[in-house]
Write a protein that binds this ligand. Structure first.
Ligand code: KIV
Length: 272
C-alpha cells in the first residue's frame, strides 16, 4: 500500500483503478444541484453521484421509483455545471433500463448527451447484463449497484440488511464478478454484511464502493443531505452525521423571521 496520496487534477476511471491498486480509499457523495455540487467538488471529493435518491431528498417521495429521466437529466446537468475535479456518475431511474437493452442504451445516451455526466449507474446483476453490455458498447462507462437496490423495494418490502443468507450472498458474489467481466468500472454495494463486502472487494480488480457495507471495501458513499444532518427521519446504523444542519439552518431561519418581524432587518446599512 502506498503512503503518498497521488494528487489528481481531474478524476477519471483510470484514477479510480489506480486508487484501488494503491490502497487509497475512494470518497463519493451525492449532489443534485449546482450549489451543493460546487461545495462538494471543491472539498476534493472523488466521485459525485447524482443519485435517484433525489426522488426522496429533493422531491419528498417515499421511494426512488417516481423520479423521471428528464428530472435526473435536470439534476445532473446542474451538477455538471458546478464541477471542476470529480467524476460525475448519474443514476438511470426506475423504468428507463429494465425494459430491454435498447431502452437502456437510449436512456444512457440521453443522460450523457443532455446532462454531460461521465458515467451511468444501474441497479442489478445478471438480470440486466444485456443492458449493461449494450451501454458499454456505446463507450458509456457503467457503475453497478448490488445488495440493497432501492428500486426493487416492493419486491422485498423492507430496507433491511441484504445477503445475510448463503444463497443470496453467493448470488451477490457471482453478480459482482459478472459485472466486472462485462466491463463495469466500479460497483456500489449497499447494506450487506461487512465480511461479505470485503470478500467481494478483495476478489475483484474494480473498486467496490460501500454504503452500509463496512470498512473493508475500496470506498464509501453517503447521501450528502443525510451526512450533513439536514434530513432527520433517516437514521440507519451506517450513517455518520458530520454536521447538524437541520438545527443550524432552523436557528438561522428563526433569527431571520424574528429580525423581519421586529423590523431589525434591514437596518440602515442594508438598504440603498
Ligand atoms: O441514489 C443514491 O443516492 C444511491 C446511493 C445510496 C448509493 O444510489
Amino acid at each position: 500500500m502506498s503512503s503518498a496520496k497521488k494528487q489528481y487534477k481531474r478524476i477519471t476511471i483510470k484514477s479510480l483503478m489506480e486508487m484501488k491498486a494503491n490502497g487509497e480509499k475512494i470518497a463519493m457523495l451525492t449532489s443534485y444541484d449546482y450549489t451543493m455540487a460546487k461545495i462538494v467538488d471543491n472539498s476534493g471529493i472523488d466521485i459525485i453521484l447524482v443519485g435517484d435518491s433525489a426522488s426522496n431528498v429533493m422531491a419528498g417521495h417515499e421511494t426512488t421509483l417516481p423520479i423521471t429521466l428528464d428530472q435526473m437529466i435536470y439534476h445532473a446537468s446542474s451538477v455538471i455545471r458546478a464541477i471542476e475535479h470529480c467524476l460525475v456518475v448519474v443514476d438511470l431511474p426506475f423504468g428507463t433500463y429494465q425494459g430491454n437493452s435498447r431502452q437502456a442504451l437510449e436512456s444512457s445516451i440521453r443522460i450523457m448527451k443532455e446532462s454531460g455526466g461521465h458515467a451511468v449507474k444501474l441497479e442489478g446483476g445478471s438480470e440486466i447484463s444485456e443492458s449493461i453490455t449494450r451501454i458499454l458498447s456505446a463507450g458509456i462507462p457503467v457503475m453497478g449497484h448490488l445488495g440493497l437496490t432501492p428500486q426493487s423495494i416492493y419486491k422485498f418490502g423492507t430496507y433491511t440488511v441484504r445477503a445475510k443468507k448463503e444463497a443470496e450472498a453467493e448470488k451477490l458474489k457471482q453478480d459482482a464478478l459478472l459485472l466486472q467481466e462485462l466491463g463495469c468500472f466500479a460497483i456500489v454495494i449497499e447494506k450487506v454484511p461487512a465480511k461479505l463486502a470485503e470478500e467481494v472487494a478483495k476478489s475483484l480488480r474494480i473498486p467496490i464502493i460501500g454504503i452500509g457495507a463496512g470498512g473493508g471495501v475500496d470506498g464509501q458513499v453517503l447521501v450528502t443531505h443525510d451526512m450533513l444532518g439536514m434530513t432527520q427521519e433517516f437514521s440507519p446504523r451506517f450513517l455518520r452525521r458530520y454536521a447538524n444542519l437541520f438545527d443550524e439552518m432552523s436557528e438561522a431561519f428563526k433569527n431571520y423571521i424574528k429580525d423581519v418581524k421586529s423590523t431589525d432587518f434591514p437596518n440602515k446599512k442594508e438598504q440603498y
